[in-house]
Design a protein around this ligand. Structure first.
Ligand SMILES: Cc1cc2nc3c(=O)[nH]c(=O)nc-3n(C[C@H](O)[C@H](O)[C@H](O)COP(=O)(O)O)c2cc1C
Length: 165
């Protein structure tokens, strides 16, 4: 199974740290979204899309990248992120905008992974940030387990939605 991971990580490199851990297990090609082109997706069976969460959604550059893709057939995708706050379905489901865009482009979303990352945006800076030291060893172990699960699933359908507290 050939895997590509497309990401943006700009606040503290939190998502990049997590993405590298996953890519290592998956033997994935890992590219920053600014270096990714629509044409390169053809050669992969599974594509991961991820970034930090900014204003309740994935980074604009990742969302824009998906917007510009043609509708694709038989492509599977997974979503990953780091965020200051935990994902709360219906209240703070920050995967939703990216998920919807990917689905509109024909992707089957097989899994989503999220963990906390150091956040020093706005008022959080006054207290030295929240989630200091994260993603930590436990977060990265969960990212590895998630990647192993994806790898072992091969092309078959699964839907592990993992999120550490
Ligand atoms: C401008 C800005 C907006 C943010 N908005 C949110 C948000 O809406 N929800 C959230 O949970 N975290 C938010 N965060 C925290 C980031 O998602 C978190 O720090 C993430 O780990 C950053 O990933 P990165 O280091 O890969 O960029 C925000 C951070 C910044 C800098």
């Amino acid at each position: 199974m050939k895997v590509l991971m497309v990401y943006m990580s700009l606040h503290h490199g939190n998502t990049e740290k997590m993405a590298k851990t996953m890519a290592n297990i998956l033997d994935a090609d890992l590219v920053q979204v600014k270096q990714a082109g629509a044409g390169m997706l053809e050669q992969y069976d599974l594509i991961g899309f991820g970034s930090g969460i900014y204003f309740g959604r994935h980074h604009e550059s990742v969302l824009d990248f998906v917007d510009k893709l043609p509708v694709l057939k038989n492509k599977k995708a997974f979503i990953f992120s780091t965020s200051g706050l935990r994902k709360i379905p219906l209240v703070h489901d920050f995967d939703k905008p990216l998920r919807q865009k990917l689905q509109r482009k024909g992707f089957g979303i097989i899994a989503e992974f999220s963990c906390r990352g150091l956040d020093t945006y706005r008022a959080t800076r006054l207290v030295g940030g929240i989630n200091r030291g994260r993603p930590n060893a436990e977060d990265l172990k969960q990212a590895e387990d998630f990647a192993r699960c994806l790898k072992n699933s091969g092309q078959s359908y699964l839907n592990p939605t993992l999120s550490s507290n």
